[in-house]
Design a protein around this ligand. Structure first.
Ligand code: B16
Ligand code: MG
Length: 215
């Protein structure tokens, strides 16, 4: 159970929580895996959620039983990102997930501090295209963190940037790696999605609409 009266700041994951971009990561990774002769499943994809670009490639190569040079890996990462960027080129506010805008507006009205805690290096462009950048007091993304989720770095940096103690931060996450990162940061965390994929979350809801009236 979440203690909402204790919450002073909310740290949002991006892909799969605020914006419906997880499906485009899936399509781009599947295309890359196909090009490597590996049949990439939905279950494989679930394990990549919240994992950095390079960490995701390492996992796919491991599953496929392939070894690549550093230079080949760089090319594969660039190719995946190019495909991903072309898929999200037309991203617009209609791609915000249910409840995103209502919750951001409610949190602002209530004076809550708001940060982004995403593994993505494309986060800024996505916030701009979906027109929600102005809601954020701090942006922590794949360009400023060294250690990937489940390491707590991304969320601890978010708390620090906001000037709020971790115990007063609530994380919203759609990935098991992100839930584990939030717990390692000693924060409360709500899983967004299905409970079977989000173990150890303090609560799990289907989407952000369920959280609007908590604040
Ligand atoms: P990029 P999140 C994560 O974003 C995605 O869940 C994950 O699938 C992706 O590999 C990672 O960002 C890196 O994204 O290739 O855009 O740098 O869920 O932490 O907001
Ligand atoms: Mg996510």
């Amino acid at each position: 159970m979440i203690n909402y009266t204790n919450v002073k700041a909310v740290i949002f994951d991006l892909d799969g929580v605020l914006v419906d971009t997880a499906v485009y990561h899936y399509q781009a990774w599947r295309r890359l895996a196909d090009s490597l002769g590996y049949s990439f499943s939905v279950e494989d994809n679930e394990q990549l959620k919240g994992v950095s670009r390079v960490g995701s490639l390492e996992l796919i190569l491991k599953w496929a039983g392939l070894e690549k040079s550093e230079q080949e890996k760089e090319q594969l990462l660039a190719q995946k990102n190019q495909w991903y960027l072309s898929l999200i080129e037309q991203l617009h506010p209609g791609h915000l997930l249910p409840g995103s805008l209502d919750l951001l507006q409610r949190l602002k009205t209530k004076g809550m501090r708001i940060a982004l805690g995403s593994a993505s290096k494309n986060a800024l462009g996505i916030l701009q295209k979906t027109e929600i950048l102005n809601y954020f007091d701090a942006l922590i993304d794949g360009n400023v963190v060294q250690a990937s989720k489940p390491d707590p770095e991304v969320f601890l940096k978010g708390a620090e940037a906001l000037g709020i103690e971790p115990a007063h931060c609530l994380v919203l996450e759609d990935a098991q790696a992100g839930i584990d990162a939030a717990k390692a940061a000693r924060m409360q965390v709500v899983g967004i999605g299905s409970a079977e994929n989000l173990k150890r979350a303090d609560d799990v809801v289907g989407d952000l609409t369920a959280l609007v009236d908590k604040f």
